[in-house]
Ligand binder design. Structure first.
Ligand SMILES: Cc1cc2nc3c(=O)[nH]c(=O)nc-3n(C[C@H](O)[C@H](O)[C@H](O)COP(=O)(O)OP(=O)(O)OC[C@H]3O[C@@H](n4cnc5c(N)ncnc54)[C@H](O)[C@@H]3O)c2cc1C
Length: 479
């Protein structure tokens, strides 16, 4: 006997679980199916974000940053420590504990909001009168039917052609979050967000980290000024970068690579090179995941990269079927998935859910942090937009000096005529938090002068935001 729901959500990551909860809050009878298992085989909702993404990576970044502060910066505050030790197993256990708290929190929220949770894989069986039949296989074996289906099945790490992840020597994000002891030498292929965050964790703990990047320059999605500053700072911290490389082969055979991995590659000048490391993280992007969903059973349209085709409102080609998050176009970010989940639930309820992909903030949680929203200087140039720029360094910010963290700056880009803010780019302490002010301002179509005229607390890092806004019209007060 099939169980009937108003809305079935397939996937319990940030897109799915937030969408399911919002739909339940709007009065629908909702089921959420998620197949992620914890180490004991039990349910672990929260998807990539909670289990092997945002949350565990931030836990390790925090632990490793504490260690680096204790090792390198406590002395400046008059704090001395003898015999500083890093217990990697304890750090990883703490990270696992943080993940579990989040898994349990989601299960609690499902109960509180009366979302029926099914632990297993959801697959389309067929279209039925006025809806769809979905089978659940796993701990729960059920058949569900619903008029409205939200697909939020996320993404998987992209492997190098011919090099499967063994999670021992060749690591995806999953393995990179489970390394049991600090590797002497760590290779990272790909200098995107995940490569930089994971590379930073293990560098802080003592690894010699080399990052190989196929693109000719660093962080090409970021504003050029920020990317330049970031490369300078990360290099000073000890990360080694090579750009414009082409990987020829990766050798993991015990006879030739020993306990490690040898990466054979061509450098930017065409020279044949070898990099021998103990472990290799491959972070070259992610691909939309529809494994097991059985989209063919209902005729769901995918694009040539395997992502589900949706319109601006997350509608698929089939009536009543929606898709959100990493499995569709747009940035692969948890907060983008969440926003889409909420918007779809509201649209199902006849409301006007709205997501502006142009105002999704990007953050890299390295030290210094990097965050931005809106267009970069190079995008504005390419778009032929006349703009003004204002920049203010944290070096001239009293709070940053007191914190002992004066790296970086805030940069504002505003329309030359109307002064409307077009982009805000931050590299420096708490950039992830500071960028929120820019998101609010841009959502309300504020001008740089609006920010410049708002009273900001002193001393605070946000004064650099105000100063950068003032600098757009060359009026810095220079606190
Ligand atoms: C190392 C790392 C760090 C990251 N850090 C950040 C960050 O700091 N900030 C940020 O915004 N983003 C970050 N991301 C990206 C973020 O994790 C993703 O954008 C986000 O998880 C996407 O959410 P989602 O709901 O679309 O999919 P997912 O989180 O991938 O969830 C999909 C869920 O669906 C389940 N599923 C799939 N198919 C089925 C099926 N057929 N039946 C049942 N269940 C199924 C999966 O098991 C999974 O639980 C990070 C990613 C990684 C890898």
């Amino acid at each position: 006997m099939s169980k009937q729901f108003d809305v079935v959500v397939i996937g319990g990551g940030p897109g799915g679980y937030i969408g399911a909860i919002r739909a339940a809050q709007l009065g629908f009878n909702v089921a959420c199916i998620d197949e992620w298992k914890n180490d004991k085989g039990g349910p672990a909702p929260g998807g990539t974000c909670t289990n092997v993404g945002c949350i565990p990576s931030k836990a390790l970044l925090q632990s490793s940053e504490h260690y680096e502060h204790a090792a390198k910066h406590f002395g400046e505050h008059g704090i001395s420590l003898d015999n500083l030790q890093m217990d990697v197993a304890k750090m990883v256990a703490r990270k696992n504990g943080v993940v579990k708290q989040n898994n349990d929190g989601i299960l609690y929220l499902f109960k509180k909001n009366k979302v029926s949770f099914f632990h297993g894989r959801g697959s389309f069986a067929k279209a039925v009168d006025g809806g769809y039949e979905i089978t659940v296989a796993g701990a729960a074996n059920e058949t569900l039917t619903a008029k409205q289906v939200i697909i939020a099945t996320g993404s998987n790490p992209r492997a190098l052609p011919g090099l499967a992840f063994d999670e021992e020597k060749v690591l995806s994000n999953d393995g990179a979050l489970r390394i049991g002891a600090v590797p002497g030498k760590l290779g990272v292929i790909g200098s995107g967000v995940i490569g930089l965050e994971m590379g930073s964790v293990w560098r802080r703990l003592g690894s010699e980290v080399t990052v190989l990047e196929a693109m000719p320059a660093f962080l090409m999605a970021a504003d050029e000024g920020v990317a330049k500053e970031a490369q300078k700072v990360f290099t000073k911290q000890g990360l080694k970068f090579e750009f414009g490389v082409k990987i020829s082969s990766v050798d993991t055979a015990a006879e030739t690579a020993g306990n490690g991995v040898v990466v054979n590659y061509t450098d930017a000048k065409g020279g044949e090179q070898k990099l021998a490391v103990d472990k290799l993280i491959v972070s070259i992007g992610r691909t939309a995941n529809t494994i097991g969903l059985n989209p063919e059973a209902v005729g769901l349209k995918l694009d040539e990269r395997g992502a589900i085709v949706v319109d601006d409102e997350c509608r698929t080609n089939l009536p009543g079927i929606w898709a959100v998050g990493d499995v569709v176009r747009g940035p692969m970010l948890a907060h983008k998935a969440e926003e889409e989940g909420v918007a779809v639930a509201e649209r199902i309820a006849g409301q006007h859910g709205h997501v502006d992909l142009a105002l999704v903030p990007y953050v890299i949680y390295t030290s210094p942090e990097i965050a931005w929203v809106g267009r970069t200087e190079q995008q504005l140039k390419a778009d032929g937009v006349a703009y003004k720029a204002g920049q203010f360094p944290f070096l001239a910010n009293g709070r940053a000096r007191a914190l002992g963290d004066t790296t970086g700056f805030v940069k504002f880009l505003a329309d030359a005529k109307t002064d409307e803010i077009l982009g805000v780019h931050i590299i420096g302490p708490s950039a992830s938090e500071l960028v929120a002010e820019a998101c609010v301002a841009m959502a309300f179509k504020a001008s740089a002068e609006d920010i410049a005229r708002i009273c900001h607390a002193h001393p605070s890092l946000s004064e650099s935001t105000k100063e950068a806004a003032l600098a757009v019209d060359k009026r810095t007060l220079n606190f």
